[in-house]
Write a protein that binds this ligand. Structure first.
Ligand code: EAX
Length: 325
């Protein structure tokens, strides 16, 4: 009898029309403009959700700062006035310092190693921790490895960075990194073209796609391939919203976001070589072999900086460092 009930149940579940969820609209926020890493992940997620829900779930993407900067998007996600976001790790810093473990300088040696850690149990600990501040962490897509650009001088090693006014993300960790390197960091939300153009700041750091899509080659003469921080996005949902969802829709959202993240990471990596060629062609002077040993040496004691004082954060950082060595 039990078997019969089970098989009937399974049969019913499998044949349920996909619109069993009812119509639903998910508001998803990204700060960047179409063509950006975040937007590529968001568009893919939207496409997959439309397909897999038979058009029952509508994903409405808010982009280009139309609902505020990344910190403001995160606040709206906490309140569930926005349901999802694809947000750079930096601005999460003030919501939960656990994310600082990901942006530890020179942590990951390769894309493969970043994926292995972030998609594994250590990455899951970060995602789970975010529930404490009202976010359901789903998975990681990527911005990519960050590189320095500036308009003052070629940068080979940390000595060249001394005194440069560098814009950093709204993150205490990023500020500390550039202070430790001897620069003069200014936290500032995205976007920053005008500030660079007007010389309010001398430089900034971001992955190659940013220099291309945001046309930084027009206003920044020098680029150094520092790859000092691997910069993921955390793909999050509002915990308030998540708690109202039935298991099948949760599974659909989680799987679609993971698939979108995998698609976007691959896409981002495939395009990097062409971007570098493009930026050189546009006239940027690129230092391709900076003195990374010297950069690393300057940042060697960062683990004992007060930025990592929280025992929970320090413990996880220690375990990730051990796993990546
Ligand atoms: O994705 O603020 C930043 O530097 C981010 O990397 C930006 O949103 C581009």
């Amino acid at each position: 009898m039990r078997k019969l009930v089970m098989s009937v149940l399974v049969g019913v579940l499998c044949t349920l029309p996909l619109n069993a969820f009812g119509a639903m609209t998910i508001k998803l926020g990204v700060v960047t403009k179409p063509g950006s890493a975040q937007n590529i992940a968001a568009e893919k997620f939207k496409e997959l959700m439309t397909q897999r829900s038979n058009g029952d779930v509508t994903v409405k993407i808010y982009h280009s700062k139309s609902i505020g900067n990344e910190t403001e998007i995160l606040q709206q996600i906490q309140m569930n006035t926005v349901q999802m976001g694809i947000i750079t790790v930096g601005p999460f810093d003030t919501f939960d310092p656990i994310v600082r473990v990901v942006n530890y300088p020179f942590l990951f040696k390769s894309n493969a190693q970043a994926d292995e850690i972030l998609d594994g149990p250590l990455g899951q600990e970060i995602l789970t921790s975010l529930e404490g501040s009202g976010f359901k962490g789903l998975c990681f897509s990527e911005n990519g490895f960050r590189n320095l650009t500036n308009n003052k001088r070629p940068v080979k090693g940390p000595d060249d960075v001394k005194g440069l006014k560098i814009r950093v993300m709204s993150s205490a960790l990023h500020k500390t990194i550039w202070q430790t390197l001897g620069a003069n960091p200014t936290p500032m939300p995205w976007p920053i073209y005008t500030e660079l153009e007007q010389g309010v700041i001398d430089g900034q750091e971001n992955p190659l796609w940013v220099m291309k899509e945001y046309k930084f080659y027009e206003i920044q003469n020098y680029m150094t391939l520092t790859r000092h921080v691997y910069s993921p996005h955390i793909d999050v949902a509002s915990l308030k919203w998540w708690n109202t969802l039935e298991a099948p829709i949760r599974a659909m959202v989680l799987t679609a976001m993971r698939d979108a993240a995998n698609y976007q990471r691959k896409d981002n990596r495939e395009k990097d070589a062409a971007r570098l060629a493009f930026l050189k062609e546009k006239g940027m002077a690129v230092e391709e072999t900076p003195d990374l040993t010297a950069f690393r040496a300057k940042l060697a004691s960062l683990q004992s900086n007060s930025i990592y004082r929280d025992p929970r954060v320090n413990d996880l950082l220690g375990r990730i460092l051990a796993a990546t060595r």
